[in-house]
Design a protein around this ligand. Sequence first.
Ligand SMILES: [Zn+2]
Length: 342
Amino acid sequence: MNAPLPWQTTQWRTVGRARAGGRLHHALLAAGPPGIGKAQFLEALAATLLCDAPREDSACGECRSCRQHAAGTHPDCTVLSPDPLQRAAFSSYPGQRCQHDSSRKKPATIISVDQVRELRERLHASAHYGAHKLAVLLPADALNTAAANALLKLLEEPPDNTVFLLLSQRVASLPATLRSRCQLLRFSTPPASVARTLVEQDDPASALALDLAGGAPLRARDLLAQDVGAVWQTVCQGLAGLLGGASDPLSLARECVKLPPDTLATTLHGWLRQALRRASGQPGDAAVAAAAPARLQAFAQELDQFLRLQEHPLARELALQRLFYPLWAGNTTPFSAKPEQS
Ligand SMILES: [Zn+2]
């Protein structure tokens, strides 16, 4: 991708002006919620910085550097991510030696200090083509403490002609020392009218996906690819069954553990939002069963806990059972809220 997305022109012009004036900051931090195209912006920016013959504000798409960037083989671009298979952009770039171990059962979730050390060695070697050397961190949120400290040293004394491109969905949780070394580029969710143009407008599943994604169009596309409509139906019917006593936490957990974890988590959140809306007397999705506020409150607490446990797949079915207890009409569990008086 050589151009930014339609709602990113302000940030693109900011960087373009700095580049044209020879004032490009050596570390740019793209921050904002997930699913709105920050990584795609950085990928387009990387293409422009690497291009041998950039046009006014974008890469030519034809030169040797552009072809290598598209193929993920540009020697002056290093991409660090916990797991290369999980990348939304720069997906053609290979993982580094220590990044992906195919024998692991689940994706890595951190960028390690070894990865940053390897990056430092690569950056201190001279640039192959002379223009820029790029270090891309997707996302910087994945740096563990040791890796963040190692990166900070690099940012304090950057190798010549190096530009660091960092991405963050939780910029406030990055170390302040790291943030202060970067120029912050803030991204926000595009207007609903723009977001709708990126998904099938007449498809009810698209409207649902956009709503669940909080208006983030790329996240909505991911959800659609994972059949979010079917997951929503399973969750709504399952939770209605729990509330009405027709189902129980064990059987629903058994059913839900088969669903894509990420889509399930987003869907459960969306269900809770709708149920709270209904509980406060506002109109909501008719598929969401009515529930007493006390039950929803207990469910909300368990949901926070559940999302923290997402990294442990083996414990997921148990965690789901625990999550569902507060909504169960036959609720007698010791570890969640008492059933409300009705
Ligand atoms: Zn080019």
